[in-house]
Design a protein around this ligand. Structure first.
Ligand code: ADP
Ligand code: MG
Length: 476
């Protein structure tokens, strides 16, 4: 036999190419280098032990057949595994591994190039003889479905997430992309799906990773020459959750490696869950081929929760923390902080901290002082809803009437006062104030403001109402 190792491997590759998927070929065979051919033993170099394990597990029959065809029945294949030791000294060394004897590698050191940050993976790769990956999923048990309050704002995303958790990789929602503004529960929901999958399918390998951490790991892998291990590690996941993918924007290399991981997982029926602060159409600096893949599955958004949902979230949080607060305080918080659940929870926590530090009981007064400090002044303004609530409480009227079109005298007056304060204390336009107060137009609001101004000059009872209300509404 006078073929050399390159020629033999080349003939092998031709057969392999016809027998595996293009993606499989690219991933698992292109990186292999033939090293030598001696005593009818072909030695090939593979990038990592994991790589070797994978080949043995998935392609051993094919490889055996091909070697027999190329080298005859006594032909053998040996692997040379590049080992990265901890000090990043990438001297490759060879272990002889006959295809028929997997145990030969048992005592070989296993490389651990991936640093998973605060929760290290004990051994991210194969423990020889074991198939299961020992991966810390990085899931926060507090972010469960049970703790995630359902509302109109999140119904689609939540039920899609639940469907995915029941049948990971087996629904049309792959990838599932959850998007929405800051603090609206994207991370929470992503964890909830992961936790639910782990509960239902403990054998599945689930991994939650922020796109930031993913990017840093990738950069490290490039620096340490372990990009192959990096991608293979991610390709082993059954469920991959990547949080805040908008962070990939403008990072071409990271997008590229993610693209291949994505394809591999998707093709093999694994579940991908992504979150982002904006919908795919608005993601700048993201490669088109990635964006188009994001749209393959379902994009579901999280909206700002309604007042009722905000109250329910606060109550749930209080319940799980074992705290009790007067309803008016809870309502005040929910009325005041409207666009961000994280801030809402932050306000609750500060309030509790304040009260226990100063040994003051938590009442509306304290809540108002705290909110004023907590929420940045520029962003801080009472809402029209809150003004309406305070005015209605003061006059003991149901808020629905104020928002209705009724022309009953006492309602008309309360409505006018609410409009007056809305004009005075918020930046809302006359038109939007009108829309909030029984669907009136801007002229009606302007008329209301004039009427209130006139009345407070002529009627001292009326002036007293306004002063009382102003005190209730003012924040500090
Ligand atoms: P995002 O990732 O969208 O910025 P997070 O998932 O970090 O937001 O949510 C911020 C906080 O709000 C978390 O503590 C989360 O538990 C809480 N939260 C958000 N939405 C809900 C909800 N529907 N029910 C209960 N808690 C929620
Ligand atoms: Mg988040």
């Amino acid at each position: 036999m006078n073929k050399d190792h390159n020629q033999v491997w080349q003939s092998c590759l031709e057969v392999i190419k016809d027998n595996v998927s293009p993606q499989g070929f690219k991933t698992w065979f292109e990186p292999i280098k033939p090293v030598k051919l001696e005593d009818n033993i072909l030695t090939i170099q593979v990038p990592s032990q994991f790589f070797y394990e994978w080949l043995e597990e998935h392609y051993v029959t094919l490889l055996k057949k091909i070697i027999r065809k190329e080298l005859g029945t006594d032909g053998r294949l040996e692997y040379s595994i590049i080992m990265e030791n901890n000090h990043n000294n990438s001297n490759p060394y060879t272990i002889k591994v006959p295809t028929s004897n997997r145990k030969a590698v048992k005592n070989a050191p296993v490389s651990m190039p991936l640093d998973m940050g605060e929760s290290p993976i004990k051994n991210p790769f194969i423990i020889p003889g074991l198939r299961k990956l020992n991966v810390d999923s990085n899931l926060n048990p507090n972010y469960s479905f049970e703790n995630f309050i359902e509302g109109d704002c999140n119904r689609l995303a939540r039920s899609a997430g639940y469907a995915v958790a029941n049948k990971p990789g087996g629904t049309a929602f792959n990838p599932l992309l959850i998007y929405g503004g800051v603090g609206l529960g994207k991370t929470h929901l992503a964890h909830a799906i992961g936790i639910e999958i782990k509960n239902k399918y403990p054998e599945k390998t689930v991994l939650y990773v922020s796109s930031e951490k993913f990017t840093h790991q990738f950069i490290d892998a490039v620096r340490n020459n372990t990009v192959n291990d990096f991608s293979h590690f991610y390709q082993m996941m059954d469920v991959l959750i990547i949080d805040d993918v908008q962070f990939f924007s403008g990072k071409e290399k990271t997008q590229d490696v993610f693209f291949h991981i994505f394809n591999h997982l998707h093709q093999t029926g694994k579940q991908i869950i992504l979150t982002s602060d904006k919908p795919p159409v608005e993601m700048q600096g993201m490669e088109q081929r990635l964006l188009s893949r994001f749209k393959w599955g379902l994009s579901a958004d999280l909206q700002v929760p309604s007042l009722e949902t905000r109250i329910a979230i606060l109550k749930k949080k209080m319940y799980s923390d074992g705290i009790d607060l007067p309803d008016e305080v809870v309502e005040y918080l929910a009325y005041s902080i409207t666009t961000n659940v994280r801030e809402l929870e932050g306000a609750l926590i500060s309030l509790i901290a304040q009260s226990s530090l100063n040994k003051k009981s938590i009442n509306l007064e304290l809540a108002k002082q705290m909110i004023d400090k907590f929420v940045k002044n520029t962003a801080r303004e009472v809402s029209i809803d809150y003004i309406q609530k305070v005015v209605c409480d003061y006059f003991d009227l149901p808020i629905e009437l104020l928002k209705s079109k009724t022309r009953k005298r006492e309602i008309v007056q309360a409505r006018q006062i609410a409009m007056y304060f809305a004009k005075k204390m918020t930046k809302s336009s006359l038109a939007s104030i009108g829309a909030h107060c029984g669907g009136k137009d801007h002229a009606t609001v302007l008329h209301a403001c004039r009427t209130v101004n006139n009345l407070q000059e002529t009627d001292k009872h009326f002036r007293k109402y306004l002063e009382d209300l102003e005190k209730k509404l003012s924040i500090s």
